[in-house]
Design a protein around this ligand. Structure first.
Ligand code: HEM
Length: 168
């Protein structure tokens, strides 16, 4: 696709009824922008928390699978929100955004993030159940630091939560 064809495609996108509504409807663009930022907060916040766990934070309390079970859905919803609202905003101002100096950087970084997701999920994350059983073995044999001396060895539930995590 040549640059001129790309420019024509963006012009066609800007003439769509969605793009028209994004430009004309009162509050639609700010609403989309707010939801875009909400999606970014959900995406980046949950990814940072998962990354901290992968770096070893709270390794004796929470198995990686528990963290990912609760936080990956938040990441997915955030990502979906970011993509849907981003594309809607883009349709309204496609040529201005595509022509900005930041556009190739943003696209490039999104592609790098996508590659990172693929490498993680189809690479190292495949053996996550081995990491979990290591944690469970340790939980089953080490007494809790906060347990009274007569409490005996700590036991973990199937997802690795320690008994002290259960609501009393
Ligand atoms: C398909 C994916 C995405 C598309 C099509 C998209 C598109 C857009 C558009 C059109 C804007 C408005 C630009 C303007 O007002 O000049 C915007 C703003 C923004 N985007 Fe995205 N975006 C996407 C993904 C992301 C991701 C993954 C992040 C970061 C995690 C992100 C961060 C931002 C930020 C920080 C702003 C500025 C918000 C503001 O000024 O209120 N975007 N995006």
């Amino acid at each position: 696709m040549t640059a001129i064809q790309l420019w024509d495609a963006l012009r066609w996108l800007e003439r769509s009824s969605l793009a028209e509504a994004v430009r004309v409807a009162p509050f639609l663009y700010p609403l989309l922008e707010s939801l875009h930022v909400l999606g970014i907060a959900m995406l980046v916040g949950s990814v940072v928390a998962v990354d901290l766990r992968l770096l070893g934070v709270a390794r004796n309390v929470l198995p990686v699978t528990t963290v990912t079970r609760y936080l990956l859905p938040v990441s997915r919803i955030g990502f979906l929100l970011v993509v849907v609202t981003g594309l809607a905003m883009f349709s309204g101002i496609a040529r201005a955004v595509a022509g900005s100096a930041a556009a190739p950087w943003k696209l490039g970084l999104i592609i790098v993030a996508g590659i990172n997701i693929l490498v993680f999920h189809f690479g190292v994350y495949r053996s996550v159940h081995l990491w979990m059983s290591t944690l469970q073995r340790r939980c089953a044999h080490e007494p809790l630091r906060s347990s009274p001396p007569f409490a005996g060895p700590a036991r973990s539930s199937p997802d690795g939560f320690l008994p002290t995590d259960a609501p009393s």
